[in-house]
Design a protein around this ligand. Sequence first.
Ligand code: SAH
Length: 197
Amino acid sequence: MRSKSQLAVFLSKLPVFTSPKAYLEQYSTDSEVAADVLWNAYLLGDVSNKVVADLGAGTGILGRGCLELQAKKVFFLEKDESLIKVLEQTAKEGVILNRDITEFDKKVDTVIMNPPFGVQKRKADKVFLEKAILNAKVVYMLGKVEGDGFVDAIAKEHGAKITHRWKYSMPLKATQKFHTKKKHLVEVMCWRVVIMQ
Ligand code: SAH
């Protein structure tokens, strides 16, 4: 990929959720936001030649983006069995792990993830962040802007440090029954957390 916009176009053609499950908080990351997050990670040296994990990979947009940016290896962890066929298409030579986040045990350089926001299931985001911090050197996590205090607290608890925060207005398509508007914008943040070793 030669540019962020080329990456965004590529990502926009990947599959998204067709029948998302609310209790697993299945929302696809918008391709423009995904491209921005991935490009930042790439420029900071956290993707090329690195072992990366996409935790709660969904249809695989973030992990696939890493492969396009020359990651050495990418793990796609996803609990929902019904997504594995889609992931097999998206993940290319990546390694698909069809398991729950609590069973993630690979040591990696970088985690890039858009996990459940913990709205449907409280603390779902906490489990993801702690797992990521324990298994990576640097973590990129997308979440609700309101989660800033919580991310900061967990990072501190583990001797990790937030080095960057990027804010986005992310379009969410009305894929769930309880959504009333066709499309609405959600304020999200991407945190870069560096783990001290
Ligand atoms: N990362 C994808 C999907 C985001 S939605 C993207 O950026 O588009 C969050 C994903 O986490 C969903 O695919 C959901 O099935 C998965 N998930 C939710 N709880 C999980 C758990 N406990 N273990 C593993 N995956 C989980």
